[in-house]
Ligand binder design. Structure first.
Ligand code: ADP
Ligand code: MG
Length: 246
């Protein structure tokens, strides 16, 4: 359902993604692991076109985009791809001057032009799903990190994206608060939400990911079923990295 073919991303002289090829099945959860600076965030940002790949091919649902150095990607194409992805960030990034429910409604109203009533109804259903309906009218600053992240997940899901992209969704949280986020993501996974998540959190990854991609210095070192990559990796490099997380 999502295919990346030979994706390269260059920042100036720095080749940050060196030809990444990966395919993601509908309903699957893929964990993106690897050392800091390896390109995990950049890869996620290339899927929703927060970064435009330097070259390669991105296929998402019915959209196929080919990139070449110096090429321009039409804004309409970017918009269509964005609508098929939802992004959850390490630091939640809720709009501080909007309540929890307004955060979830925002994109539905401004981008999809839904009516206020319809957006509110959908937002409330999503807040219920993440266990935050009781805080619908709360300001982000009054919520715990785990609560803010759950609202951010509801916001990312609002336009019914094909894939939920999560960039270190539990890294900013204490273990207890991380657990409530793991629980919500686990529930979404069981319901068949397609997800790609960069994470250092082995508990999160081994609980919900079926597929693991190990990315180091912009290249895939190893990929495969979580049971293999985590418990019985082929490559020495992967073994050492996994061991360092335990
Ligand atoms: P990870 O998420 O695995 O830690 P990143 O994707 O954040 O890795 O970073 C990979 C490399 O790309 C790093 O060397 C980082 O400095 C570089 N990088 C990321 N974003 C930018 C940017 N906007 N401009 C220049 N360099 C960047
Ligand atoms: Mg990162």
């Amino acid at each position: 359902m999502i295919g990346l073919t030979d994706i390269e991303k260059r920042f100036g002289d720095n080749l940050v993604l060196k030809g990444v090829t990966v395919s993601i099945d509908e309903g699957s959860v893929t964990a993106l692991v690897g050392p800091s600076g390896g390109g995990k965030s950049t890869l996620l940002r290339c899927i929703n076109l927060l970064e435009i790949p330097t070259s390669g091919i991105l296929r998402i649902g019915d959209e196929t985009l080919a990139f070449r150095p110096g090429g321009k990607v039409p804004a309409a194409d970017v918009q269509r791809v964005r609508l098929q992805t939802g992004m959850v960030f390490q630091n939640f990034q809720l709009f501080p001057h909007r309540t929890a429910i307004e955060n979830v409604m925002e994109g539905l109203i401004t981008v999809l032009k839904w009516s206020e009533t319809r957006a509110r109804e959908r937002a409330m259903a999503l807040l219920e799903k993440v266990g935050m309906a009781h805080k619908a009218d709360a300001w982000p600053a009054t919520l715990s990190g785990g609560q803010q992240q759950r609202v951010a997940i509801a916001r990312a899901l609002a336009p019914s994206p094909r894939v939920l992209l999560c960039d270190e969704p539990t890294s900013a949280l204490d273990p207890e608060l991380a657990q409530e986020v793991v629980d919500v993501l686990g529930q979404l996974a069981r319901e068949g939400t397609t997800m790609v998540m960069a994470t250092h959190d082995l508990r999160l990854a081994s609980k919900i990911a079926q597929e693991v991609v190990f990315l180091d210095a912009g290249s895939i070192v190893e990929k495969g079923p979580a049971s293999v990559v985590f418990d019985n990796p082929e490559r020495e490099r992967t073994k050492r990295f996994i061991a360092s997380l335990r």
